[in-house]
Write a protein that binds this ligand. Structure first.
Ligand SMILES: Nc1ncnc2c1ncn2[C@@H]1O[C@H](COP(=O)(O)OP(=O)(O)OP(=O)(O)O)[C@@H](O)[C@H]1O
Length: 254
């Protein structure tokens, strides 16, 4: 059998509060992610969803437990080194892009994720048709703003750019941390549709945190429910297809 692309074993992760207290957020979390999985992740506020992403990305180191990537132990690997194979898109449109650079300059930098990065004007010209095609695929006019400074883009265009940048150099694991939450409903649905299309087309492995149960049901082949720092449900393929909104709302009661 092929090795999981990522495996988390008995992960315990603490965070330090403003008054210096260390509190355990992930409490013995286990998860196996297979190549091509598109997993939607839901759970109450404070369930540990972002802490899970921080632990996967290496922003936070677990107190105990292990993480392996294609069978190799990466528990102690730095965030920078993990960025060679893990890409992340955040909720905040200001994160993940360089505001004083143009759209295409940002895209060129993204082709070197996890490496030393500098801009070569010749490469920019060579890649222009490809970048334009990618921008078009986002269906929000980004292709008409290729030489615009990122700070002048709309929130939706900026998030679409962040998403493209995270996927330009194929990541083994793509982490989408409520990447459409700051957008209006129409813009959000547009970006989600473009996200899904790219994930399917490139057969990417992705985890997507969302507070919208409809989206959690609609997208992906797997649905994970987090509660108090543990996985309390993990619906795969056929099981997920049979789920209804009420089934998910039940997890948010008490
Ligand atoms: N860096 C930090 N410093 C202090 N507390 C933190 C930190 N990160 C997270 N926490 C706390 O840890 C708990 C879990 O947070 P986390 O962001 O992982 O939850 P979440 O499931 O993503 O929630 P939400 O849906 O609200 O984003 C929360 O109580 C949060 O306040």
């Amino acid at each position: 059998m092929t090795k999981p692309i990522l495996e988390l074993n008995d992960i315990h992760t603490n965070v330090t509060t403003a008054d210096g207290q260390s509190i355990e957020i992930l409490k013995g979390l286990n998860l196996k992610i297979n190549s091509g999985d598109f997993i939607t992740v839901i759970g109450t506020n404070g369930a540990g969803k972002s802490t899970l992403f921080n632990t996967i990305a290496g922003t936070l180191k677990p107190n105990s437990g292990s993480i392996s990537h294609l069978g190799n132990d990466i528990t102690k690997l730095s965030e920078e080194k993990r960025s060679k194979f893990i890409a992340r898109v955040f909720q905040d449109p200001k994160l993940g892009t360089a505001p004083r650079m143009t759209v295409v300059e940002n895209m060129l930098l993204a082709t070197k994720r996890g490496e030393h990065r500098f801009l070569i004007p010749r490469k920019l010209k060579q890649n222009l048709p490809y970048f334009e095609e990618l921008a078009k695929s986002m269906n929000n006019g980004l292709e008409n703003r290729l030489t615009t400074f990122v700070s002048n883009l709309s929130g939706g265009q900026r998030q679409a750019l962040s998403f493209l940048m995270a996927t330009l150099k194929r990541p083994d694991i793509l982490l989408l941390d409520e990447h459409t939450a700051a957008l209006d409903p129409h813009t959000s649905q547009n970006l989600l549709a473009a996200t899904d299309e790219r994930i399917q087309k490139d057969n990417l492995t992705a985890l997507m945190i969302t507070h919208h149960m409809e989206d959690a049901l609609k997208y992906g082949n797997r649905l994970l429910v987090l509660k108090s720092g543990q996985v309390v449900a993990d619906y795969k393929e056929e099981e997920k297809k049979k789920l209804h909104l009420e089934d998910l709302y039940n997890f948010f009661e008490d």
